[in-house]
Design a binder for this molecule. Structure first.
Ligand code: ZN
Ligand code: ZN
Length: 226
């Protein structure tokens, strides 16, 4: 069992390729016990192999770099691209571990968790069509072939509540990246849809909103009942 560092994690910058073949990333301070905390062994190696982007010194520990931190407590670091390639598999595995942990936490936190029983009514509300593109989904009832999509991804703080889940076709589910929210993805999907498809997709989304609103109303009514 790897011991976890209580306060630090790394996150990749959007533009990860810096000047002169350096791979750039940042360390953020997170609260003790945060699922995003890096494992000790990976953090040690990252610090050993990187240099501070502000002062240029090898980072080795964050202690000597208090003045290099941004106001948000972010420490920018870089490592040669070749070193990054050697480390990338470990960092990728760490990211997978962090995502799984966050997913488990989000699922536990749901107050109205989405279950298999919700698939059929939601599928009916969507008219058996994909929430995003309006293409036909699997035969109603074959829930295993329908992709459940978190409108706000779990890694972005979304939950596993009914409110946050819609049914999508395989194409859309694979196309929507892990950090994209539903409104952002809808705008992107709109570009590949013909006018009539777009109209149909909008109708489906309105129907889903109505279904969820009706459901929420019924739930609050039954919870108020003694
Ligand atoms: Zn520094
Ligand atoms: Zn679709």
């Amino acid at each position: 069992m790897v011991k976890r560092v209580p306060v630090t994690r790394y996150a990749m910058e959007p533009k990860s390729m810096g000047s002169a073949g350096m791979w750039q990333f940042q360390l953020y301070i997170v609260a003790p016990g945060d699922p995003e905390a890096l494992s000790v062994s990976l953090l040690d190696d990252l610090l050993r192999l990187t240099s501070c982007r502000t002062c240029g010194r090898t980072a080795s520990s964050l202690d000597g770099h208090a003045q290099c931190l941004s106001q948000e407590g972010v420490h920018a670091l870089q490592m040669p691209w070749s070193v990054h390639l050697a480390m990338s598999r470990r960092m990728w595995k760490e990211n997978v571990r962090i995502r799984q942990k966050k997913r488990a936490i989000a699922e536990r936190a749901a107050s109205d968790p989405f279950t298999a029983a919700h698939v059929r009514p939601l599928l009916e509300a969507q008219g058996g069509l994909c929430y995003y593109c309006g293409d036909p989904l699997a035969t109603p009832g074959i829930s295993a072939l329908v992709h459940r999509d978190h409108m706000t991804p779990l890694v972005k703080g979304g939950t596993h509540d009914v409110d946050n889940i819609v049914l999508a076709c395989r194409t859309c589910n694979l196309d929507k990246n892990g950090f994209e929210t539903a409104p952002v993805f809808c705008r992107r999907v709109a570009r590949r849809l013909a006018a009539d498809q777009l109209e149909r997709a909008r109708t489906i989304r309105a129907a889903v909103r109505r279904w969820k609103a009706t459901r929420a109303k019924e739930r609050s009514r039954s919870s108020r009942r003694p």
